[in-house]
Design a protein around this ligand. Structure first.
Ligand code: NAI
Ligand code: MG
Length: 481
């Protein structure tokens, strides 16, 4: 499969003809090749988006028509559901069940933001008897989206749908590891009636295809999801053109199990929160704090859950954990497991592997639990982005809130208890963008998503997800003349 860029409504190769390989994580084999786009390719996409915004059909199209395109896109995504699920699963390594959830949510995002497209409005503040003020909301302009590989289509549509609803035009640069489903987005939108140039997709690497978007004076905004390191770079590199940035970065999210929790539910939810999607989740509950009186029981049961997980090829129906996305990510996670052992954390799970011959070159890492972890260890401080849980005992609410907040991140937290007062006191005390009580990981499209501290800037999803694609204009009218 030779993929192409989508620029100004046309499918094109990189100008110098260069391509890179995209691997299937379960087998390590080449799944596709994609254009290795360079600054000239990216500039062409920026020019197309700029023209579509400044003079093209998008700027003059009614909100109703924009809404209809997004609503039609939802229907087309549903029609293509099974094909997209298989593609996403193959490309990213996630099990089919998890890919189904992603694609369902993708379709709903088109629908949800299609609904918003006709409901974005400003207001009229009082400014005295002699004047009237109109506060109007306008699209921020040309928006660039730089997206990661853990939820490839979801993370892209999470940006594209609100941006289009707001009236922006866009350039999407998907992660080099997983470009397949990103290139399905313009196919869906084109069929739904999107004019050329409004959404452009270029594949390639961060420094050559992502960076030109960040520094271009013709791009008004960058929406980024990915590593803390690259998030900081984007802020720095975007400063010269005062780029608006939305950053959704990593986490080291605490998962707090109190002794009075619904025990089985808490154990299963805690495990899902770090072993789901192979642990490649920005909000993974990677630091598990357990109240000391139930610590040994909880550990024993979490190890049982981890050992019962079936690792295998992502398309196999009985697989509950697939491979990590890349060889590089597999090695990174394995190096953290080595660091945990070296620091003296106790490895509580067995180091198993996948025995099926077909997957012997897959990028697997087994579900891993470290017990008796100290919050100062490297495995408790740095984002691992793999199926590695660190379990830490605690004695009371004050201690656990202090430990939970003792991190530079602030994306999410989960609290498990039957005591609603304690749950809410703890939720208020934790500095994080999302706090789950008796659950872990739901991120419904209708509610805001984003980080405190070094987990990010801005919010995606919900009505907040549109705000970041809007400017606010004040029109002042002297009514005495
Ligand atoms: P990354 O942050 O390098 O990649 C994310 C996106 O940024 C990709 O599209 C990439 O091409 C692009 N990019 C990279 N360098 C860039 C630059 N200089 N300018 C513009 N765009 C650039 O993430 P990577 O290297 O794939 O993964 C490393 C670690 O990042 C993971 O182990 C994990 O800890 C974290 N991560 C967090 C994610 C999240 O959801 N918050 C998603 C992916 C990774
Ligand atoms: Mg990187």
């Amino acid at each position: 499969m030779d993929l192409q860029n989508y620029v100004n409504g046309k499918w094109v190769d990189a100008r110098d003809g260069s391509r890179f390989d995209v691997f299937e994580p379960a087998t390590g084999e080449v799944l596709a090749t994609a254009p290795d786009s360079k600054p000239a390719d990216v500039d062409a996409a920026i020019d197309a988006a700029r023209a579509a915004f400044d003079t093209g059909p998008w700027a003059t199209m009614s909100e109703r028509d924009r809404a209809r395109i997004l609503l039609r896109a939802a229907e087309i995504a549903r029609r293509e559901h099974d094909r997209l699920v298989e593609m996403e699963s193959r490309d990213s390594g996630k099990p089919l069940e998890e890919a189904k959830h992603d694609i369902d949510e993708v379709a709903f995002m088109f629908e949800y933001y299609g609904g918003w497209a006709t409901k974005i409005h400003g207001d009229i503040p009082p400014v005295g008897p002699g004047a009237m003020s109109l506060v109007v909301k306008e699209p921020v302009g040309v928006a660039a989206m730089i997206t990661p590989w853990n939820y490839p289509m979801l993370m892209a549509v999470q940006k594209v749908a609100p941006a289009l609803a707001a009236g922006c035009t866009a350039i999407l640069k998907p992660a080099e590891q997983t470009p397949l489903t990103a290139l399905e987005i313009p196919k869906i939108l084109e069929e739904a009636g999107l004019p050329p140039g409004v959404l452009n997709v270029v594949t390639g690497f961060g420094e050559t295809a992502g960076h030109p978007l960040v520094v271009s004076p013709k791009v008004d905004k960058v929406g980024f999801t990915g590593s803390l390191e690259v998030g900081k770079l984007i802020m720095k590199n975007g400063a010269d053109t005062l780029k608006r940035v939305t950053l959704e970065l990593g986490g080291k999210s605490p998962n707090i199990v109190f002794a009075d929790a619904d025990f089985e539910h808490a154990i299963q939810g805690t495990c899902d929160g770090i072993f789901g999607n192979q642990g490649e989740i920005c909000s993974a509950g990677s630091r598990v704090f357990v109240e000391r009186s139930v610590y040994n029981d909880a550990l024993e049961q979490m190890v049982a859950v981890a050992q019962a997980i079936t690792m295998g090829g992502s398309l196999e129906p009985d697989t509950t954990m697939g491979p990590l996305v890349s060889k590089e990510q597999q090695e990174r996670v394995l190096s953290y497991i080595a660091a945990g052992k070296a620091e003296g954390a106790r490895l509580a799970t067995t180091e198993r592997t996948v025995t099926d011959e077909r997957y012997r070159n897959g990028y697997f890492v087994p579900p891993t639990i470290f017990a008796d972890v100290n919050n100062n260890m490297k495995i408790a401080r740095e984002e691992i982005f793999g199926p590695v849980m660190s379990v830490i005992p605690f004695d009371d609410v004050d201690e656990v809130t202090r430990l939970a907040n003792d991190t530079n991140f602030g994306l999410a937290a989960a609290i498990w208890t039957r005591d609603i007062g304690k749950a809410l006191r703890t939720a208020k005390a934790i500095r994080a963008g999302t706090v789950w009580i008796n659950d872990s990981q739901p991120a419904p499209t209708e509610a805001p998503w984003g980080g405190y501290k070094e987990s990010g800037i801005g919010r995606e999803l919900g009505p907040h997800g549109i705000e970041d694609y809007l400017e606010t204009k004040h029109i002042y009218i002297n009514i005495e003349r």
